[in-house]
Design a protein around this ligand. Structure first.
Ligand code: GCO
Ligand code: MN
Ligand code: MN
Length: 389
């Protein structure tokens, strides 16, 4: 394998402890791999060239641990981070595994559960900050419903807003350098999850008290499950300065939540995503939220992790090739036409501009005669990706 695609910490690749630690349990079958210790994942991922790991509170500290147990676990984990020069840029709370969250956390019908979720998240934020996290993700795993008769709809939005407002005030009050990223998913594990897409989240954020410290964490698989174009959601979030984090993986449309190795399924979509992040020099972490096939043993897990990073770097190289390809760039400069005088007229409203606009004879039938050459452009892209350009 060529060295060109060897991941390095400066590539900013991160993995959730829950991703490489996934033991292959599914609704139909038990785990197939032994649980991997977090400190072992830190060592292996650092050897593979990753920058860091991200975690839920309970990926590291099992639910119900005593304060003493937590101190001991955190101490060992910090030592491993130190030994292998690995960072924890993002942290989050597990608000979905314990049966107490069977009807959701911040949107449970039970006020005690909502308050417990808030308490658990405050503690988990403290843990994340202690480990150096700068981004805190909220994925509402069980914030949803199967039975719409069960809840007064607007209450669920209000409860979720109150929780995020409470927690952002807490962060400010503590003087933490931490921003929030909301992650949407349309369904699974609930029949339907509230605020199912990145677009829903982007609007919700604008209704928060401290909207400036809240952005999104779009996931490739989740938007694909919803039948959407992932890149388009990412672009809209980026343009709104709300792309705080990203979950990279892959997914076949219309299936269960597959969490496939990045780039294993939709190569062209993955390519344009990498190209966008690299063209924009997006500064965030390239975080993988996926796991190895259930067929794999531990070696397969590390093959999976190496594969995610290697594919990203190959696509990054392809993006550079695309930007330097004279046929592609020549065609693009013809396709992406410019007309400065017209652009001036439509950029802002004024009396003169509207008059100038009304005076133009556009001859739409004439304009419509010409095709856009996208067949040619797309074929060039495909050939580049297939490696013959
Ligand atoms: C999923 C989600 C989770 C979240 C994680 C961090 O479908 O299970 O993507 O993996 O990303 O809980 O918030
Ligand atoms: Mn997911
Ligand atoms: Mn995710």
């Amino acid at each position: 394998m060529s060295n060109l695609f060897q991941p390095k910490p400066e590539d900013q690749f991160t993995f959730g402890l829950w991703t490489v630690g996934n033991p292959g349990r599914d609704p139909f079958g038990d785990q197939v791999r032994p649980i991997i210790k977090p400190t072992h994942s830190v060592r292996k991922l650092s050897q593979l060239g990753a920058y860091g790991v991200n975690l839920h509170d309970n990926d590291l500290v099992p639910f119900g641990s005593s304060a003493r147990e937590q101190d001991q676990i955190v101490k060992e984990f910090k030592q491993a981070l130190n030994d292998y020069n690995m960072k924890v840029p993002m942290a989050t709370t597990n608000l979905f595994f314990h049966p107490v969250f069977r009807d959701g956390a911040f949107t449970s019908n039970n006020p005690k559960v909502r308050a417990f979720a808030l308490q658990k998240t405050v503690r988990s934020i403290n843990l994340g900050v202690e480990l150096g996290a700068k981004i805190y993700v909220f994925w509402g795993g069980r914030e949803g419903a199967e039975v719409d008769a069960s809840k007064n709809g607007p209450d669920t939005v209000k409860w979720f807003r109150e929780a995020i407002n409470f927690l952002s005030e807490y962060v400010v009050d503590q003087g933490y350098d931490l921003r929030f990223a909301l992650e949407a998913k349309p369904n699974e594990p609930r029949g339907d999850i509230y605020m199912p897409t990145t677009g829903h989240m982007l609007h919700f954020i604008e209704t928060l008290d401290r909207s400036e410290m809240v952005g999104v964490n779009p996931e490739f698989a989740h938007e694909t499950m919803a039948g959407l174009n992932f890149l388009h959601g990412v672009i809209q979030a980026y343009e709104a300065d709300k792309l705080f984090h990203i979950d990279l993986n892959d997914q076949k449309m219309g299936r269960f939540d597959q969490d496939l190795r990045f780039g294993s399924e939709n190569i062209k979509a993955a390519f344009f995503l990498v190209k966008f992040l690299e063209d924009m020099k997006w500064s965030g972490m390239r975080h993988f939220d996926a796991h190895a096939y259930r067929t794999e043993d531990e070696q397969g897990v590390w093959d999976f992790a190496a594969g995610c990073m290697r594919t990203y770097l190959i696509l990054k190289e392809k993006a550079q090739q695309f930007n330097e390809d004279s046929d592609i760039q020549g065609l693009l400069s013809e396709i992406q036409q410019q007309d400065e005088s017209l652009e001036k007229i439509v950029a802002t409203y004024s009396n003169e501009n509207v008059e100038a606009l009304q005076a133009i004879d556009f001859q739409p039938d004439k304009i419509a005669e010409k095709g856009h050459a996208y067949e040619k452009l797309d074929q060039l892209t495909v050939e580049l990706l297939l490696g013959i350009r």
